[in-house]
Design a binder for this molecule. Structure first.
Ligand code: AMP
Ligand code: MG
Length: 326
């Protein structure tokens, strides 16, 4: 338990505080983030719910606070090119875009750098990563104070609209987060443009205030439209990780040839969480799927996961990973 929390009838109650963003509150926010506690922070687009991108448990805490029922890959917010290069591989085209639009509301999806210090839950198990260097001074100061990339999806409860003011954040996430840094209303109010940069191709995954024309004018490269989600089959979408081996769910015991991922009382060959902790299971999910997929086994079996809290998001991802592929 931390200051700001009370235990009441067994439930942990969190008081959501709004503090004006200043050096002292930013330092306090950095301490919370270093301890795995997400903090809401203004960017030039919308408010983000920021956590340590290196820590699976910290990323899981963001999902818990948002009540998001599935894991999407999140955007890594960096100070600039030097930090970005530690986690993503930049082609000359990607470099050109960074020079033209960073810091600013442009997110690039790039290959994940080998051994990047990034939690697998952050990229939802993918080998690509979305990176952005925001221009808002408050999140920039926070990245500096923490000294690492921050995962920061929009700071609103799942299913509600993005927040452009500290009060919106507090209303949406009241009792679920400890701290909102108030930097006033956000300037742009819509989420960043997302572009996938593939060697010499640009694919617009999400429109935003940096338009396709602006991307083309800066690079001389035509921008293809449409997210991969719309053209690929479920389970095959490039924004969803799927193992190459068949996956069987709700398996309390393994069949011959299967590697077994356990949870709680089902031990398996390796466990998502021996204690049955859903936060820990979320943090380990993609790591263990990758390990199981790389093992000598012919197939993967996964223990039952309770369909509550983060278990809903875990089951959502497992169902997608188990979907038959064409
Ligand atoms: P949000 O953090 O709420 O602004 O949403 C982030 C968006 O970025 C989601 O729509 C993701 O699907 C997208 N995204 C993040 N990483 C990737 C990636 N590696 N490949 C494709 N899309 C991504
Ligand atoms: Mg959102």
């Amino acid at each position: 338990m931390r200051p700001g929390q009370l235990r009441y009838s067994g439930a942990v109650v969190t008081f959501t505080r709004i503090l004006p963003a200043n050096p002292a509150s930013i330092e306090h926010a950095a301490q919370l983030i270093a301890h795995g506690v997400p903090v809401a922070v203004p960017t030039e687009t919308v408010y983000g719910l920021a956590g340590d991108a290196r820590s699976g448990e910290a990323v899981a805490a963001i999902y818990t606070a948002k009540g998001r029922p599935s894991f999407n890959p999140l955007i890594a917010h960096v100070k600039g090119f030097a930090m970005a290069e530690q986690i993503a591989v930049f082609s000359p085209l990607a470099r050109k875009l960074a020079v033209a639009f960073w810091p600013g509301p442009l997110t690039m999806v790039l290959p994940l750098a080998p051994n990047a210090p990034i939690a697998s839950l952050m990229t939802a198990g993918l080998s690509t990563i979305a990176v952005r260097a925001p221009s808002h001074p408050v999140i920039r100061a926070l990245i500096d104070a923490v000294g690492r990339p921050l995962a920061a999806p929009s700071a609103n409860a799942s299913g509600s609209i993005s927040a452009t003011r500290a009060e919106h954040v507090a209303r949406s996430l009241e009792g679920r987060i400890e701290l909102v840094l108030d930097g006033g209303p956000t300037e742009l109010g819509i989420e960043s443009t997302i572009v996938a940069v593939e060697e010499d191709r640009l694919r617009l995954l999400r429109p935003g205030s940096i338009t396709a024309d602006m991307l083309r004018d800066a690079t001389g490269v035509n921008v293809e439209m449409g997210g991969s989600d719309t053209i690929e089959a479920p389970g095959q979408m490039s924004s969803h990780y799927a193992p190459t081996k068949p996956l069987r769910l709700n398996a309390t015991t393994a069949r011959p040839g299967e590697v077994h991922i356990g949870f709680g009382s089902v031990a398996g060959d390796a466990s998502l969480s021996e204690l049955g902790d859903l936060n820990q299971a979320a943090a380990r999910l993609f790591d263990l799927l990758h390990v199981a997929d790389a093992s000598g086994a012919a197939a993967i079996a996964v223990a039952p996961i309770p369909n509550e809290g983060l278990g809903i998001a875990i089951n959502d991802r497992l169902l997608r990973a188990a979907a038959p592929r064409p």
